[in-house]
Design a protein around this ligand. Structure first.
Ligand code: ACM
Length: 521
């Protein structure tokens, strides 16, 4: 049992003050494993040294950047345990805290960050960032900063803490993706799954199949944006994400959800397009609708495997992480299982591990395969690891509140509330983590994507990081309410769910929160 320790005085102070204003005890999300607030303060000095041990230079740079908007002038140097700020890698911490765990100590004359790896130090810095005034997120703060003393020992529950963005139905480019990465990092999420292809659009350049981007990217769902990522952009996003401890998971959805590719390379169709049922779009027309499960590769044609190998080969080449997601959802075909087994084998041949939506477990895939659970109804013939994305808790294309316009509701008619997200628990030992998808059939702008992601992604982050016994919805909403201004400063157009008493007024800050949208005809 992990404990939340508070000295008595601060316990009451916290209870009394936690609602309306940023209280003296800051709100840290996700809830750390062990946290002890002390009575004293640390006053940020006019000048401070940031000293760092071996392999902690990048972390020192992150910290220095974080302090740029304060009145503290910092100087960073290699060295041990100086007054001011110190960052140390201690490999022995790995045993108890894993690669991502950390210790953070704020004392009267110094702040120390310790972890087994730079990933852990990055998270120690994110916790420290949440202790600093939120105004620093946006600009300079010309005032003395006093921080409460605290000791935190922390590590994540799950190795997989993910967010998914569908850039195929409606395109979201590098600018939005990087903003999303910034916000994910603050809440210690570590996987960004990009749904790169679907019937409406193909969004990644494949050099050996140039028509995929040239033709396949031209469409979008009605009202949505078209476009694609060049490989250079993909790599740049990946590097940006990696610096923030986030791995990119690329998804090429096959053998269904594939119309954009069939449009670009019609030879992948069966004769007379008999694999399009019913013909929602007539080649070479684009598809702008919402229907799913009507397109597929012609699985009788051996050539499709050359195509799959070429595409996955290039995606593997530009992807640093060990995973390739091959989709596999919502398709009926006698040769479906054969396709999945072959695609899995291609992925393994490329030195990567395959992930697929849960239907893939109808096939006898390799034990290394990872299944992404979304409706929970598949009769699986294999025992593989699972990423939990069950729609009733994690489908953020669903309404924040019942009746919200431009949302899907097939899984849960009254929407997926903050509480629905937060109430998720699992005792399945095969689960390696959680991930919330944002499908974008009806998410047509950056503001709308923000509205669907935030604050539900913060609840997801706490599920992924904090132990169940340390989680409590009322306590979470109180802490979340104290992040309202921080989200404003991050220019996140978050949904002001009535489940939370926010510390920023509606209309205050740069963005005012929920914008009502018109339902499309
Ligand atoms: C899915 O929602 N079709 C994975």
């Amino acid at each position: 049992m992990r404990v939340l320790k508070l000295s008595l005085a601060f316990f009451f102070l916290g209870l009394l003050n936690i609602t309306a204003q940023e209280s003296r005890v800051p709100a840290i999300i996700p809830q750390p494993q062990e946290i002890t607030w002390q009575e004293g303060e640390f006053i940020l000095p006019e000048r401070a040294v940031i000293c760092y041990g071996p392999n902690a230079k990048t972390s020192a740079e992150w910290l220095q950047q974080l302090l740029l908007n304060t009145n503290t002038e910092t100087y960073s140097m290699k060295g041990e345990d100086c007054r001011g700020f110190s960052l140390e890698i201690e490999e022995s911490l790995k045993e108890n805290l894993g690669a991502e765990g950390y210790e953070l100590k704020i004392e009267d004359d110094k702040v120390s960050f310790t972890a087994a790896t730079e990933k852990g130090l990055f998270y120690a810095i994110q916790s420290f960032r949440q202790i600093l005034p939120s105004a620093l997120e946006q600009g300079r703060l010309n005032e003395e900063i006093r921080l409460p003393q605290v000791t935190i020992t922390d590590s994540p529950k799950y190795e997989w803490r993910g967010s998914m963005l569908d850039i195929a139905r409606s395109f979201f480019g590098p600018g939005y993706i990087k903003k999303h990465i910034d916000r994910m990092a603050l809440y210690k999420l570590n996987r960004l799954h990009l749904h790169l292809t679907d019937d409406q659009g193909w969004r990644i350049e494949i050099k050996n199949k140039p028509e995929l981007a040239e033709k396949g990217s031209m469409g979008a769902v009605k009202g949505g944006r078209s476009g694609y990522l060049t490989q250079a952009e993909y790599k740049e996003i990946q590097e940006y994400a990696a610096a923030r401890n986030i791995m990119i998971i690329p998804e090429i959805d096959m053998p269904g959800h594939i119309y954009a590719a069939l449009l670009a390379y019609p030879e992948l169709n069966c004769d007379d397009n008999a694999n399009l049922t019913p013909k929602r779009a007539i080649p070479p027309g684009l598809f702008h609708g919402y229907e799913v499960g009507w397109s597929k590769f012609c699985l009788d044609k051996p050539e499709i495997y050359d195509f799959v190998a070429t595409v996955l080969g290039e995606v593997a080449e530009i992807t640093d992480g060990p995973y390739l997601h091959i989709g596999g959802d919502e398709i009926e075909d006698e040769r479906y299982e054969e396709f999945v087994v072959k695609a899995d084998s291609i992925v393994r041949g490329l030195g990567k591990t395959a992930i697929g939506w849960e239907e893939v477990t109808k096939a006898k895939v390799d034990e290394s395969f990872i299944s992404q659970r979304w409706h929970g109804k598949t009769e699986s013939v294999v025992n593989v690891k699972i990423i939990e994305s069950i729609c009733s808790h994690f489908y953020f294309d669903h309404a924040n509140v019942e009746g919200q316009k431009l949302t899907n509701n097939w899984c849960k008619e009254d929407g997926v509330s903050l509480r629905d997200v937060y109430d998720f628990t699992s005792d399945n030992k095969s689960v390696i983590g959680v991930e919330a998808p944002l499908w974008t059939e009806k998410v047509l702008s950056d503001a709308a994507a923000d509205n669907r992601f935030w604050p539900r992604t913060i609840a997801l982050a706490e599920i992924g990081w904090s132990e169940d016994e340390d989680r409590d919805f009322v306590n979470f909403t109180k802490r979340l309410g104290m992040h309202g201004k921080r989200l404003d400063h991050l220019q996140a157009n978050y949904f002001r769910t009535p489940e939370v008493e926010w510390n920023s007024e509606k209309g205050e800050g740069i963005f005012s929160g929920y914008m009502p949208e018109k339902e499309e005809k």
